[in-house]
Each structure stands twice: as structure tokens, then as C-alpha cells.
Ligand binder design. Sequence first.
Ligand SMILES: Cc1ncc(COP(=O)(O)O)c(C=O)c1O
Length: 394
Amino acid sequence: MTTSDKRPSTRLVHSGSHPERYKGVMNTPVYRASTILFPTSDAMKQGVKNRFESVFYGRHGTPTTMALEEAVADLERGYRSIAVPSGVSAIMVSLLSFLKSGDHLLMTDTAYSPSRDICTSFLANYGVSTDFYDPMIGAGIKELIRPGTKAVFSESPGSLTFEIQDIPAIAEVAHAHGIKVIMDNTWSAGFFFKPFEHGVDVSIQAATKYLAGHSDVMAGIVTASNEEVWKTLKNTSAYLGMCLGGDDAYLTSRGIRTLDVRLEQHQASGLKLAEWFKAQPEVERVLHPAFPECPGHDTWQRDFTGASGLFGILLKNLPNHSLSIMLDNMELFGMGFSWGGFESLLTLTSPPPKRSAIPWAAVGHLLRVHAGQEDPDDLIDDLEAGFKRLREAL
Ligand SMILES: Cc1ncc(COP(=O)(O)O)c(C=O)c1O
């Protein structure tokens, strides 16, 4: 079925689905494969020649991973996608595709901490230098471009502090200098932000989060703007031996079918919780792109069609022990490093965010909130009880 003329929710239901190939089964079944047998030596030669399209060896893809890739390329409105084993592997594939020894990378100062560490340790060891830039830089990125600059990496909103970047302004400058724009688009899940309509060349997602959506899968996805970019990414991913297992690819495709309804609930609950936090005297600032005080809020209104369920809270300077009494005894909110699943999370950002272009000056604690699928009024009851504990322990 052609889905490109359909509305977003319809596309999520049907993209990458080929019941005609699988006896009417809607979700492409789990293929677990290493060896693929060919009927003749000619067919085998053709299989290798046609390796980007055919199933010829398990590591290069199976019908299950290809169905997922098709669905995500459709979701992000990209050319084609590549399924990899985690969000971090998607980050690595994108960086190693466009950077070699002697090159220079511009990385947002508000990147997910492992993305930052990849630059300062792994890439530095391979002779790639990195400058971190202020996420609010927009067209000002021009001043940071050097002769060897090959890629600008963006993440919008920023990890932990939720600044929204002016991606079109950055992309315009980058493209004028032949520089690729890579974006970590995990927060919007590709549903609320269409990267290729805003100048991105490579969009990556930790599919572990909203795409899989049920806290039981590690997966990543890289999506390209055009064929040339895709081939470069595909070769890198093949050299690195990246392949996603059939079960995880299947679960991620299944998650995508309900992405829109889950995100609507994450969004509604996230906004309700953020409003509640805003009214608490212990809260210094709510870091949520839908709130006017969030840096880049106007850009979010211009470029995004919604907000997912992840946001931050900057607290006033409070004693550690009172905070622990609150956090350690939450009934519904869990503490964990991930997000994008069905469960709500309330996590202390500790140590504080690593920043160098715009040093982090706030003295209060930073909390990261993920609004899950629970009834938001139950979540607020849990928060009321938690803040009561906190106040009693001050
Ligand atoms: C914004 C962002 N990008 C990438 C990743 C990495 O994903 P994974 O844990 O699947 O490697 C994460 C994980 O938390 C993330 O928050």
C-alpha cells in the first residue's frame, strides 16, 4: 500500500507492513537468520551485487529489520533508514560516516552525555577535533566553522536542559560550507519534528525510547536525507558489523503502530505535571519546550507539532537529604536512566549537566521527569506526597 498520501496516524499503522508477503500477517514476522541459502550460484552472485536491496546474509538485514527501516523512513519523511542495536550505535554510525582523522566536528553543548564523551575520548583518539557550541547559536554557527569542519551535530531539545535549536538556520549555514547536519531526534520520536523538512542530513533516534515504547528493547535507527548519504551510512554500519536482532526489530515495529496515541498521552500528562511543578514554591524553573521561559520556545512553536513526555525541573537550592527523602519514597515514579517507556520516572540529574560553551551555573538540583501512561492525577497525588515529605524534612 502507498502511504505517502495519507495522514500521520494512518501512516504509522500501515508503513512497512506487507501482509501480501506473509499470508496476511500485518506485522512482518520475526526472522532470525544468519545463513541465507541461494538456489543457484548465479542467484548468489546477484544477491551480493544487489546487497542493499536483497536478503543475503543475516548481518546485512532481514525482512524484519527492513520492515522497521521502511516504517521509520516513512515516519521521519527520510530517504531510507538503517536499524542498529542501540541509540549510541546510531550516534557512532552517523559520526564515523562523515568524519576522519584531521576533521573537525561541531557538537551541541547540550548533547546527551555519551555523545559528548564520544567526542572528547573516542573521536579525539582518532584525530577528530570537536568544538562544543551554544545550542542557541543559530546562524552564528558560521563563526565556528573551520576549513576542516565536516559535521554539525544537534540535539533538540538539549539533553537534560531542553533548549530548542534553530535547526533550519544552522543547516543553511552548514550546507553553504558543504557540512553535514546530524540530529539526535529521539525526543520528538520523529512524530513531532520532521528533520528533513528542516535541513537535517542524518537523523538518529534511540529507538529504545518512544519507538519501541515499552521499556523492553535496545535499538537505534539512522535515517538519511538522500541516497548518497544513505549509502555512506549503510557502508559504515556494515563495516562496524551493526545489526539489530529480529526480535528487537519486531518489537520496535510493533511499538510504532501506537506511537501517536502513546505520545498524545505522554504530551498531555507531561504538560499537566509541568504546570503542577511550576506552582510549587521549591521550583525555580520548569524546563519544558512548551513553556515560554524555555530557551527556543518560539522555535519549538514554529518547527514542532507537539511535545513528548520528557522535561526538566530546576529546583531552588535544597538540602540533599530532604530531596532523598522525597525521591526514595515515590510510589509511582521510578528512578532509572532511560525514558520513552510506559512508566513515569523522576530522576535526579547527578552529576550536573556537563557544559563548556555555556557553563552550567545553577546551584539548585535538576530533576528529569518522564510522564508515563499512568493517570496524571495519580501521578500528581504521588508528587504531592513527595513534596510534603520534602517540606517536612527541610
Ligand atoms: C537523547 C538520547 N540519545 C541517545 C540515547 C542512547 O540510546 P541507547 O540507550 O539506546 O543507546 C539516549 C539514551 O538515553 C538518549 O537519551
